[in-house]
Design a protein around this ligand. Structure first.
Ligand code: C2E
Ligand code: CA
Ligand code: CA
Length: 717
């Protein structure tokens, strides 16, 4: 069936080309009667069915998303966003859609020049643009995802340079890519154009102006960069030569998979015209159109007014938990519906005297009115704040349903700061509530966190610790200690556990419990973990040279297990140091197994094939579900030291240890007891056939030289 132009007009698809997508890269021309197409896609005009030749970077890029969308097969459509394409003498403004209609896959490319021109000019369109403000966010997100994957997957940045440059040139957004120290690596002409001050003498690089604006206008600045968090919002640029401008800005960290380097991507759109038009309409300028709640600017005014009254109150900073997942799973339209419903639920929960505003894409702020306004913030108010927070959490805890029947579940991260107890300036108050919110973000569950000075100090300490930790690998400040494990039957050392130490200058030896959790949160555990693997293999090779055969075990934390390169890395280290895989053991905690079952199953099956053994660390502390013990290739259970500690006095611990030994043996697993400090503990374990013991009774963790010395005296395995 041919598609008639009149139908396309009726559908509002004027000046469009329509294709049916047969299979990846293969299209069938359904309607191609537009002049510009011959220039854009010459292969399309003559053939009914053809292979798409690629070459238009923006479209190629959109087709990656489109393929995913088609593969999903659900009816609906996704849009590419408008892009510019220079063909011959003509500058085209194009937009593509991928659609699924009655099981048929369509690709539609429209020339939207007229719409584009209109968009630039009229108030009506400005309002529409405002309604689709979140589409702008989607456009930023889209650009980010593409650029992030180009940067992150490239072995080195030069490999990504050509496609990246092209993508940057074609996008309507201003884009800057910065290194981890916020120095410019790449930017595009659109950005330079946006920040053209008209003043030839005073030329400052646009990204510097942008960062300055962010720092001066948002209290989150420091937190965003020090914790590698994404951010989006609006910035105001008062620029004497050229009047003033408003920008919508998104800031995203990009983690390079290989080097664990962090890049930053800044994407910017100029929304001055929109703001100017909105200014004429007071209501629109103060309210968020999607939720109809006050917007950030209005909230800021309210907050300052409230502070002027000099009466105590609580400020709550509320963020939707893991909202990005909803956008990724269901698209931005569904995301919008959820935000709108969520705002309704929040509004229904608060009292009419509270002020609730939408201050960012997924962030809300609330000024909680104070019943006891003239007194200090009392404990009573604190419990009211707690109460309100749990009601808000409760209100969003039921699933959200969209018109297509999607079910979405969200949670809330809530931080609270008190005026004037915590801060007496709006900036500080927001910053502290944000900081408190960030604490909750680290947890799985929805929660409220009050700001405290201790939190601020901890945050400073954390920032310092993190930056020192970032450099520790380069500065070779890590060292492995090894704690021997003893066979309880023969008394021989059969294995040793590699335990990392950080020799931090001026601080001395930092134990792993103080930095491994931070390394885990920041992703630094991946390079640190690789170092541990390599160093352990190197030490095995050194022992081998001395004719000492022993097994060394390595602790793996959750992020490492998620690193797809882990297995290859282990294999390459085994090869490099010419050691045997049987000399390695991996220690994983129960939590890692349960949270990442599928990944762990794959990983463990592969390591088992190589001959590496596996033990379950801290056994007994976590999960009661033991079914995984049968499903996974595991060799040993390591009873947590907390059960060994009171073994001789506590009947419960005794029962648990006995049960673990019995169960492990029935599953053909060996048992290792850790934290053995006394003869009595050892005797008990020996009596009940525990296989191996590790603890201060036998040996503390030792520097490598001491371990080697100990082993050379023993020389058995
Ligand atoms: P873990 O895997 O449970 O390691 C055993 C911890 O118990 C070690 O603490 C060890 O020094 C300590 N220990 C050994 N014997 C005794 C004893 O008789 N009594 C008592 N009270 N403690 C004993 P350490 O070295 O401070 O390590 C703490 C944790 O840090 C480890 O717990 C492990 O989870 C993590 N960790 C250490 N090295 C690494 C590493 O290279 N990578 C990863 N991902 N985590 C590591
Ligand atoms: Ca361990
Ligand atoms: Ca342990």
């Amino acid at each position: 069936m041919d598609i008639k132009p009149s139908i396309l007009h009726a559908l509002g698809l004027i000046d469009c080309a329509v294709f049916e997508r047969l299979k990846s890269g293969h299209l069938k021309a359904r309607f191609v009667g537009v002049t510009w197409l011959a220039k854009l896609m010459p292969e399309a005009s003559n053939n009914a069915t053809f292979t798409y030749q690629h070459g238009c970077a923006y479209l190629d890029d959109f087709l990656l998303d489109a393929e995913k969308f088609w593969a999903n097969g659900q009816s609906g459509k996704i849009k590419s966003g408008i892009w510019r394409e220079q063909v011959a003498q003509q500058l085209l403004y194009l937009e593509a859609y991928a659609a699924v209609v009655k099981g048929v896959f369509y690709l539609v490319i429209c020339n939207v020049e007229k719409e584009y021109q209109r968009q630039q000019q009229t108030l009506q369109i400005a309002r529409e643009t405002l309604f689709t403000n979140d589409k702008l966010v989607a456009q930023h997100d889209h650009a980010f995802e593409r650029i992030a994957s180009l940067v992150a997957n490239s072995g080195d940045s030069s490999q990504a340079a050509a496609p990246l440059k092209k993508l940057l040139q074609q996008t309507e957004l201003g884009v800057a890519i910065l290194d981890e120290h916020l120095n410019l690596l790449n930017s595009n002409a659109a950005l330079v154009h946006m920040f053209d001050s008209g003043d030839k003498k005073q030329k400052q690089a646009p990204e510097i102006t942008l960062l300055q604006l962010f720092e001066s206008q948002y209290p989150e600045y420091q937190r965003v960069f020090s914790t590698n968090s994404p951010w989006s919002g609006e910035l105001y640029w008062l620029n004497a030569a050229n009047g003033s401008k408003w920008f919508k800005v998104s800031i995203h960290p990009i983690c390079h998979s290989e080097k664990q380097l962090t890049y930053w991507m800044l994407s910017i759109s100029d929304i001055s015209q929109l703001k100017y038009l909105l200014k004429r309409n007071q209501k629109l300028s103060q309210f968020d159109v999607l939720t109809e709640l006050p917007n950030r600017q209005y909230f800021w005014q309210q907050l300052n007014q409230q502070i002027k009254k000099a009466r105590p109150f609580y400020l709550l900073y509320i963020e939707i938990k893991q909202f990005k997942r909803i956008n990724e799973l269901h698209g931005h339209l569904v995301g919008d519906v959820v935000i709108k419903d969520l705002a309704l639920r929040l509004r229904a929960t608060i009292s009419s005297e509270d002020t609730l505003a939408r201050i960012g894409g997924t962030e809300f702020a609330l000024i909680m009115h104070n019943d006891n306004a003239f007194g200090p913030i009392t404990t009573l108010e604190r419990s009211r704040c707690q109460q309100l927070a749990s009601e808000l959490i409760q209100a969003v805890s039921l699933p959200f349903y969209t018109e297509h029947g999607h079910q979405c579940e969200v949670g809330l991260n809530i931080g609270a700061a008190a005026y004037p107890m915590d801060a007496d300036h709006s900036e500080d108050l927001m910053k502290y509530a944000d900081l408190a919110m960030f604490e909750v973000k680290k947890q799985q569950k929805s929660n409220l966190q009050f700001y405290s000075k201790a939190l601020k100090d901890a945050s400073h300490k954390r920032i310092e610790l993190e930056s020192a930790l970032r450099n520790a690998l380069d500065k070779q400040e890590f060292e492995l200690y090894f704690q021997p494990m003893f066979d309880l039957t023969s008394g021989a050392i059969t294995k040793a556990e590699a335990l990392i130490r950080w020799n931090r200058p001026l601080f001395g030896i930092v134990p792993p419990d103080e930095f491994i959790p931070l390394a885990e949160q920041t992703g630094l555990i991946v390079p640190i973990g690789k170092w541990v693997i390599k160093e352990t293999c190197a030490k095995l090779a050194q022992l081998q040279a001395k004719n000492i055969a022993i097994k060394l075990s390595i602790n793996l934390s959750p992020r490492q297990v998620n690193d797809r390169q882990l297995l290859d890395y282990i294999v390459s280290c085994i090869d490099t140091f010419a050691i045997s895989a049987q000399q390695l053991e991996l220690e994983l905690t129960e939590g890692v197994l349960v949270d990442n079952f599928v990944k762990v199953q794959h990983l463990l099956n592969e390591v088992r094939k190589l001959g590496i053994s596996v033990s379950i660390d801290d056994f007994g502390t976590g999960y009661s579900s033991l079914s995984y013990l049968q499903k996974l290739p595991i060799d040993h259970l390591k009873i947590d030291r907390s059960f060994v500690r009171d073994l001789n006095n506590n009947e419960n611990d005794k029962a648990l240890v006995l049960a673990v030994i019995a169960m492990a043996h029935s599953l053909n697993l060996d048992v290792i007891a850790e934290g053995v400090e006394t003869e009595q503990q050892k005797d008990f374990l020996q009596l009940h056939h525990c296989n191996t013991a590790q603890g201060y009774l036998f040996s503390h963790p030792l520097p490598f030289a001491q371990l080697a010395h100990l082993l050379s005296q023993q020389k058995t395995i």
